[in-house]
Design a protein. Structure first.
Length: 173
C-alpha cells in the first residue's frame, strides 16, 4: 500500500485492524481504497504447505508490491521481525500495525480483502459458515470440520485442521 503524503490526514482513526470493529474496518477500507494506491497479492494453499506461512506471506507481499505498478518504491515497511527479501529496500517493524500508519492501513485492507474472499467462498461450502466466521477457528467452524471434514480450501498443515483430519481418520478405523 502506498499512501501519498497529502492523503495521510484524510484517513483518521487508522490503527491495527484487529482493534477495529468490523463496521469501522469496512468504512476505513473504503476510505483507504479512495485515498491510497493498493496492490494485493495472494499465496496459495499449496504454497503455504510447501514453504510455510511466513515464506508464503512474503511471497504474497512481493506480489502485492508488483501489483502497485509504481515507478519507484523507496522503502517497504513490513510488520514483524523479518525483512522482506525483494528488489526493494525494506524495514521490518515488530508490532508494526501498532506503530506505523502505513502498516496499520495495509492490515485493514488485507483483513477486509481476505474476509470478503471467505464470505464469497461460503456459497461453495455453506456448512462451514464462512459468511460469519471468515474461516477463523470458531466453535461452529471446528464443529463443521469434525462433521464434514476438511475442504480442498482448508490448510491441512494448520494444527486445528490437522487434528480434525486425524480424528476423522481414527473414527473411520
Amino acid at each position: 500500500m502506498y499512501i501519498p503524503d497529502r492523503n495521510v490526514e484524510c484517513i483518521p482513526n487508522i490503527k491495527d485492524s484487529k482493534l477495529l470493529t468490523p463496521k469501522k474496518r469496512d468504512a476505513l477500507y473504503k476510505e483507504l481504497l479512495s485515498h491510497t494506491v493498493c496492490g494485493t497479492g495472494l499465496a496459495s494453499i499449496d504454497e503455504i504447505a510447501e514453504h510455510n506461512i511466513l515464506v508464503a506471506s512474503h511471497m504474497a507481499m512481493r506480489r502485492a508490491l508488483e501489483n502497485l505498478n509504481l515507478q519507484r518504491i523507496d522503502l517497504v515497511l513490513v510488520d514483524g521481525s523479518r525483512e522482506l527479501k525483494s528488489q526493494w529496500p525494506s524495514k521490518s517493524i515488530i508490532n508494526g500495525d501498532e506503530l506505523s500508519i502505513s502498516i496499520a492501513a495495509a492490515s485493514i485492507v488485507a483483513k477486509v480483502t481476505r474476509d470478503n474472499m471467505m464470505r464469497e467462498l461460503h456459497d461453495q461450502y455453506p456448512e462451514y459458515h464462512w459468511n460469519k466466521n471468515c474461516g477463523y477457528g470458531t466453535a461452529a467452524h471446528i464443529l463443521a470440520l469434525k462433521q464434514h471434514g476438511a475442504t480442498p480450501l482448508h490448510r491441512k498443515t494448520f494444527a486445528p485442521v490437522k487434528k480434525c483430519i486425524i480424528s476423522t481418520k481414527n473414527q473411520d478405523k
